[in-house]
Ligand binder design. Structure first.
Ligand SMILES: Nc1ncnc2c1ncn2[C@@H]1O[C@H](COP(=O)(O)OP(=O)(O)OP(=O)(O)O)[C@@H](O)[C@H]1O
Ligand SMILES: [Mg+2]
Length: 371
């Protein structure tokens, strides 16, 4: 799967722009605040249906404009597709080959993996950030997970509301069993998915981390979940969940919230047997984050048979030469879009076969790649 071109109109600081991409490495360089991240965001947005940085979809419309579109030409083998998203007076519309489409269809046609500076927090931040990491990527690769997760979150919300309501009116307690059952059934599925996913992630991240650290350090991941502490069959997870939720009922009622379930999961990221979040150096945390992030490429390919497009926003320039080179090697089968403020360092690694573009004030110009 390759993206051949992207067209944007009244999107962020791009008034009108079309970019033709190379099938391999595409480097976008330019000063700060010129539109590099905006371009990456446009590709991400088309694929996923949300922006990694805008809160509301309307934010992507150019200031003072009332309508916009972004569209991409994508090829899969010999087949061409056009993905288009527009906002105008009739509202928002996503189309695939001129027909109204669902985001899940588009995501499959045009998968992307984004790696940006904020991802370094995957290691440092609290558990919520790591859950989000798993949820986003797993949802992309497995639509059934996304559906189950939505249902689980809805049930959790209802159960929590009921727990609070019972404090005012104890007769409502009879309703709790039903919600417990829902939570156990949906939550056990989530745990099963995550266990399987973590197994793949552990293998892939270990391999990548070994390459990044020049074989010096060993990364491992541990799934931390308050229902079950080892891989298990779904019915065993359900049994354990059922027991734990009953045990926790009194405390849940007291606190007015559900204290057992995958909504409290975490992944412990260990380097050399020590938790990276607490004991890792900056460099170690960075390598661990990169390993987790780049693992998505392997996993996505294993689950779907497709190679996603890799978007690296402002990542390479902060790394030492060895790591940079290793990352480029790790993504050399994928089409990639890479942004940086200065592209000089790239010349060394890919004398041929990269496309260079200069980004300035919302205009992208292809630069002849000299020598
Ligand atoms: N809706 C919008 N309409 C017009 N301009 C916008 C809109 N949203 C953001 N911008 C502008 O786009 C510009 C470029 O932003 P972008 O984040 O792409 O820069 P960048 O090239 O990635 O810079 P940096 O190197 O600092 O990361 C900013 O100056 C910002 O003000
Ligand atoms: Mg940027």
């Amino acid at each position: 799967m390759k993206v051949r071109s992207l067209s944007m109109r009244h999107y962020r600081n791009y008034a009108e722009q079309t970019v033709l991409f190379d099938e391999g490495v595409n480097i976008f360089f330019g000063e700060n605040a010129q539109g590099k991240t905006n371009l990456i965001e446009a590709l991400f947005f088309l694929s996923r249906g949300y922006s990694h940085r805008a809160v509301r979809k309307q934010e992507i419309v150019e200031f003072d404009a009332s309508e916009m579109f972004v569209s991409a030409e994508v090829t899969r083998g010999d087949v061409r597709h056009t993905v288009r998203y527009k906002i105008d007076q009739n509202g928002k519309e996503l189309t695939l080959d001129q027909k109204k489409a669902k985001q899940s269809q588009v995501g499959r046609t045009f998968p992307v993996i984004l790696f940006e500076p904020d991802d370094l927090h995957i290691i440092k931040a609290g558990p919520e950030r790591r859950r989000r990491f798993i949820d986003e990527e797993l949802s992309e690769a497995m639509p059934a997970y996304k559906t189950t997760l939505k249902q689980y979150r809805r049930s959790l919300k209802q159960r929590n509301a009921l727990l609070k309501a019972i404090r005012q009116d104890a007769t409502l307690t009879v309703m709790l069993d039903g919600w417990d059952e829902q939570l156990v059934s949906l939550g056990s599925k989530i745990i099963s998915y995550r266990l399987a996913y973590l197994k793949r992630l552990n293998t892939a991240a270990k391999r990548i981390h070994r390459i990044l650290s020049g074989d010096r350090e060993e990364l491992s991941l541990m799934y931390q979940n308050n229902v079950i502490d080892r891989p298990a069959y779904q019915r065993d997870i359900e049994k354990a969940f059922s027991e734990k939720i009953s045990e926790s009922r009194e405390t849940d009622l007291e606190k007015g919230t559900s204290l057992v379930g995958p909504h409290l999961d975490d992944i412990a990221v260990m380097i050399g047997g020590k938790e990276a979040r607490r004991f890792g150096s900056q460099g170690q945390q960075r390598s661990a984050a990169i390993a987790l992030k780049l693992s998505q490429i392997d996993i996505y390919e294993a689950l779907t048979g497709e190679l996603p497009i890799v978007l690296l926003d402002d990542i390479l320039s902060e790394l030492d030469e060895n790591r940079r080179l290793n990352i480029l090697k790790l993504i050399d089968r994928n089409q990639s879009m890479i942004t940086c403020t200065n592209a000089d360092f790239m010349q060394k690694y890919h004398p041929k076969g990269i496309a260079l573009y200069h980004v300035e004030n919302g205009v992208i110009t292809s630069v002849e790649n000299g020598d």
